[in-house]
Design a protein around this ligand. Structure first.
Ligand SMILES: C[S@@+](CC[C@H](N)C(=O)[O-])C[C@H]1O[C@@H](n2cnc3c(N)ncnc32)[C@H](O)[C@@H]1O
Length: 305
């Protein structure tokens, strides 16, 4: 990808590989599972008609599509992501919606394949920078947020949802602990390595945003019981879905990337046993915990670095 920050190359490769394809194929169930968290993000963002929003790490575009409805035809959404398969899925969804409801009062979405840390955003072009789980992957987060802040108009706002530590997120911690009964534990990762849990420490993220020039930084704890990626209508089907998600797609699945078939089968059985009592009422329910970070681009010229 042209113009990417050199430190982000591994993540760009990762999100364009097998995992990006799997996210694109499973977009529906991911969006359904994240629905209560997305609703909280939108509620806090209060998107207004005619605003211009940039969705950072937009993935398959669920948030971008919801924003497009809120901003109306006078608004604009800039949906940026490094993953081509996920962007393709987003564009296809937008096309389907446009066909189903031509002339709807909906903002245009500009999809952009780019590294948000390095993309030359037009200065002051956006009222709102927003992200659902798309900002924890930068090798140099201060530099990345400095770059994105310049895209905000003075007084423009940032809102982003990020996972709290893994221990607070049973939807990952429970299957991971089960896998670790079978597979060898990986070497401990260095702290704050780019990845889903890199922004678990709210004080650290606050310091990153302040160094990047944001003011009024705040974090709000948000929790929800997720229907853990289950689409089946019976408990057995819900359990199958939850096991498949945990072992093939969710963050814990990296533990099974290089194991042989026999070990994988035992790990999958351990996950099934661990998730069995979470299935009920055709759902598989596990707790999730996030931070909602909010901040703004200072209005006064010369205030920011
Ligand atoms: C956990 S997914 C979330 C996707 C989407 N926001 C959602 O909630 O479904 C993280 C996303 O961040 C994107 N991403 C990672 N590094 C990025 C970067 N440097 N610039 C833009 N997007 C990036 C990935 O490609 C991926 O789509």
């Amino acid at each position: 990808m042209n113009g990417a920050a050199p430190g982000n190359v591994d993540q760009i490769e990762y999100w364009n590989g097998d995992i990006g394809q799997r996210w694109a194929r499973n977009q529906d169930r991911m969006d359904q599972a994240f629905q209560p968290l997305t609703a909280a993000l939108i509620e806090h963002a209060v998107p207004r008609r005619g605003e211009r929003a940039a969705d950072i790490g937009c993935g398959c575009g669920d948030l971008s599509l919801l924003l497009a409805d809120r901003l109306g035809a006078e608004g604009r959404v800039f949906a940026v992501d490094v993953s081509r398969p996920m962007l393709d899925r987003g564009r296809a969804r937008q096309g389907t919606l446009a066909e189903a409801s031509a002339g709807a009062d909906r903002a245009v979405i500009d999809w952009q394949e780019a590294d948000a840390a390095a993309w030359p955003f037009p200065e002051g072009a956006f009222d709102l920078l927003i992200s659902r789980f798309g900002t924890m992957f930068f090798a140099d987060p201060v530099q990345a947020f400095r770059n994105m802040r310049r895209a905000l108009r003075p007084g423009g706002r940032l809102l982003m949802l990020c996972w709290r530590p893994m221990a607070d997120n049973a939807w990952v911690a429970v299957p991971r602990a089960a896998m670790l009964q079978v597979v060898p534990a990986p070497d401990p990762a260095p702290p704050h390595v780019p990845g889903p849990f890199a922004f678990g420490d709210a004080a650290r993220v606050g310091a990153i945003l302040a160094r990047a020039g944001f003011t009024g930084v705040a974090s709000t704890a948000i929790a929800a019981a997720l229907n853990a990626f289950a689409t089946g209508s019976t408990d057995a089907a819900a359990l199958d879905d939850a096991v498949q998600f945990a072992t093939e797609l969710g963050p814990a699945s990296v533990l099974l990337r290089d194991v042989d078939d026999a070990m994988r089968a035992r790990a999958v059985a351990a996950v099934r046993a661990a998730l069995r009592d979470r299935a009920g009422g055709g759902r598989a329910t596990l707790d999730a915990a996030c931070w909602l970070f909010t901040a703004e681009n200072p209005a006064a010229a010369g205030h920011a670095p």
